[in-house]
Ligand binder design. Structure first.
Ligand SMILES: [Fe+2]
Length: 228
């Protein structure tokens, strides 16, 4: 039997769906991180895992604001997307191919979330739930950044620019100025990548070996954030 249609109910249902989706992502991301051969990708995924845990807390705050407990609704859409991604990766050895397969899976997740948070924001605004809207917008912004950053990592891997991690970074910082000029001529991609992560005028960064989470924080605070 059909029930009376109310935006309040639809909104609650969508928030419950997002809540379950985020929890599924928290469970799934560590597997992707463990399988990544690129330290750049692993750093980006780790950063987003940390953000996703915060997103779960934001949704719990929204439920508290509504005076309710999250229900046990299963987000079957996210379940399907994650399952398909895991199948795709399971048959591959650690490699750039697997990394790109992981990014393809992660970006499908992000696009699904962007759609979900976008309509949730619109409904929160229509319902006059300003505090909830701010929380949802914060997460929506993170999902968009995640998607854009994954695109950058994919581009870097597919073009052969991906520096991969500490070993290649150490190799770069050991170059003296003359070697740097030589390398610039023989491998312009390497220099472009270095500038991408450090900025071309950052002389201090050139002597500091990067850790994986440095890559992550640089990615997630990309200048792209300010362009929208
Ligand atoms: Fe999320």
């Amino acid at each position: 039997m059909k029930t009376e249609a109310r935006f309040e109910d639809l909104f609650r249902e969508r928030i419950e769906d997002l809540y379950d989706a985020e929890k599924q992502i928290v469970d799934a991301l560590p597997k992707l991180i463990a399988e990544s051969s690129s330290a750049t990708l692993a750093g980006a995924l780790q950063q987003h895992l940390d953000e996703t845990k915060e997103q779960v807390v934001r949704l719990e705050t929204i439920f508290e604001g509504m005076g309710e407990q999250p229900g046990s609704r299963r987000c079957e859409g996210m379940q399907g997307i994650i399952g398909e991604g895991e199948q795709s990766i399971a048959k591959l050895k650690k490699s750039p191919v697997l990394d790109v397969a992981a990014i393809a899976a992660a970006q499908r997740v992000e696009h699904y979330e962007i759609a979900g948070y976008g309509i949730a924001c619109a409904m929160a605004e229509m319902l006059g739930q300003e505090d909830t809207l701010l929380l949802l917008q914060e997460t929506l912004e993170e999902e968009r950044d995640a998607d854009e950053n994954l695109s950058e990592v994919a581009e870097s891997i597919l073009s052969g620019d991906d520096m991969g991690g500490e070993e290649e970074e150490v190799e770069l910082v050991e170059l003296d100025e003359e070697d740097e000029k030589t390398k610039r001529k023989s491998n312009p991609n390497a220099t472009r990548s270095r500038e991408k992560w450090h900025g071309s005028n950052d002389s201090h960064a050139a002597v500091r070996p990067l850790r994986c989470d440095d890559f992550g924080s640089r990615i997630w605070r990309s200048p792209l954030r300010g362009r929208r």
